[in-house]
Design a protein around this ligand. Structure first.
Ligand code: NAP
Ligand code: HSE
Length: 437
């Protein structure tokens, strides 16, 4: 534990992980020493770097004795004051973070999975050991959103959070919408830029965004949420037609992460949705992320910036490292950011959502089909806003129907969709997307 009397004259850093992010962090630690010493008040020294494979070629030149495959070289070294975890995954990253905190080391992490699943326990451990646990890079890459929710916006009651918080999916959706790129090609490009998670399913299926939303909501509502509290849909069901029709109807398709407080409960959801093209979030393209916070005092505040990639993430990690260094010796326990018990703000079911919907159906091109579908929707009190009939295929006598609705409740819409799927004339309910205003 570092106290005022034991502040070291030099700060030693143990870096765990030398991949996309770790390489960026190592590069700053090695090449910006003067600047780091200036902002932290003392030299900052990269003492050890943990990797899995010593033989793997690296894009950065490091002194030979810096690399290790033995975590104890960092965890058991009392002269390492700050542990930077950029390995990813839960095991062994979480146990290393715990060991580091228990030993009084300050921990900086970019690990959204660990913070979403175990953030409150880790923060409690940090407070107990008077250590800092900082995780700005876990959400939004280079966007300073975590620190703002913990500090600058802390006076607000947060009404809602709405954002694009996965760079990989936003990159894919932008490439598909603007350049007609195939899903697979766009994903490959995102991976080659270093945006995607080790398992890109986490990006595509909204798992990564659900982790990030869990972190943001836990901070905003000072409650404990879990990734399973987030209703989640990925982007893999989207087809090129959805982009064409959305555009025709005046919408962009974006994967949104939303938390909103209504009647004392928080609804948490991640899914691709239609957004009016003039909406600010509809203009956020490529690897860019944006988060809109609606606060009781600040009103709507929009954060925008690069949400993934080496440099933006390095910015957040090194920023946290500087903060940890500046706090050393301050002799106060880390503040309580999240309720460390169980959830105290209830979670609202997706069934209670009220939204407009976009429904794309493949149907038999025969008289009376539309009337049957309209009747099912009408029986469920779902009002149709517009209908487009597209792509008639004379050879198969099939047509594509694109229906948008006025606001309706999720549960009756899902029930109606099941009934529509069962109609003899309906060949496929191809896609259903919510429309955000
Ligand atoms: P990455 O490129 O896959 O790098 C992972 C690094 O950790 C590699 O150097 C690997 O060693 C090392 N590693 C993994 N497991 C290990 C183990 N059990 N023991 C020792 N070393 C191990 O990952 P990344 O993209 O840098 O992401 C790292 C973390 O940052 C993740 O939590 C990710 O979610 C988060 N993040 C990433 C981005 C981004 O844009 N990439 C943005 C924000 C947050 P080897 O090199 O020897 O294989
Ligand atoms: N895979 C993540 C993304 C990295 O694409 O947003 C940044 O957290």
């Amino acid at each position: 534990m570092t106290t005022l009397s034991t502040i070291p004259s030099q700060l030693n850093v143990g870096l765990m992980g030398l991949g996309v992010v770790g390489t960026g962090v190592a590069s700053i630690l090695l090449n910006k020493q003067e600047s780091l010493a200036g902002v932290t008040g003392r030299p900052v020294n990269l003492k050890k770097v943990l990797v899995r494979d010593l033989t793997r070629p690296r894009v950065i030149d490091l002194p030979d004795d810096l690399l290790t495959t033995n975590a104890e070289d960092i965890l058991a070294d009392p002269d390492i004051h700050i542990l930077v975890e950029v390995m990813g995954g839960v095991d062994p990253a979480e146990s290393y973070m715990k060991q580091g905190l228990a030993a009084g080391k300050h921990v900086v992490t970019a690990n959204k999975e660990v913070m979403a699943k175990s953030g409150p326990e880790l923060l409690a451990l940090a407070r107990k050991n008077e250590a800092s646990l900082l995780f700005e890079a876990s959400v939004g890459g280079g966007i300073p959103i975590v620190g703002c929710l913990m500090n600058e916006l802390a006076a607000n009651d947060v009404i809602s959070i709405r954002g694009i918080i996965n760079g990989t999916t936003n990159y894919i959706l932008t490439a598909m919408a603007q350049h007609g790129t195939s899903f697979q090609q766009a994903l490959g490009e995102a991976q080659s830029h270093g945006y995607a998670e080790a398992d890109p399913t986490n990006d595509i299926e909204g798992i990564d965004a659900a982790y990030k939303l869990t972190i943001l909501a836990s901070l905003a509502y000072r409650s404990r949420f879990q990734p399973d509290d987030v209703y989640r849909e990925g982007i893999s069901k989207l087809e090129p037609q959805d982009f064409q029709y959305a555009q025709e109807l005046g919408f962009a398709i974006k994967s949104l992460a939303i938390a909103n407080l209504e009647e004392g409960a928080v609804q948490l959801r991640v899914y691709p949705a239609l957004l009016p093209t003039e909406h600010m979030l509809a203009k956020v393209d490529g690897v860019y992320n944006a988060v809109e916070i609606d606060g009781s005092l600040c009103g709507q505040v929009l954060f925008h910036g690069m949400g993934a990639g080496r440099e933006p993430t390095t910015s957040a990690v090194v920023g946290d490292l500087i903060e940890a260094a500046r706090k050393m010796g301050a002799q106060h326990a880390s503040p309580l950011y999240i309720n460390e018990g169980t959830t105290n703000v209830p979670v609202r079911s997706i069934d209670d959502l009220e939204s407009r919907y976009y429904i794309r159906l493949a149907v038999a091109d025969r008289p009376g089909v539309l009337a049957k579908i309209a009747k099912v929707l009408g029986d469920g009190q779902i009002s149709i806003a517009s209908v487009l009939q597209k792509d008639v295929h004379p050879e198969t006598e099939s047509a594509e129907l694109v229906i948008t609705t006025h606001p309706a409740k999720e549960a009756p819409v899902q029930k109606a969709l099941q009934a529509i799927a069962g109609l003899e004339e309906v060949r496929r309910v191809s896609n259903t997307l919510r429309i955000e205003e």
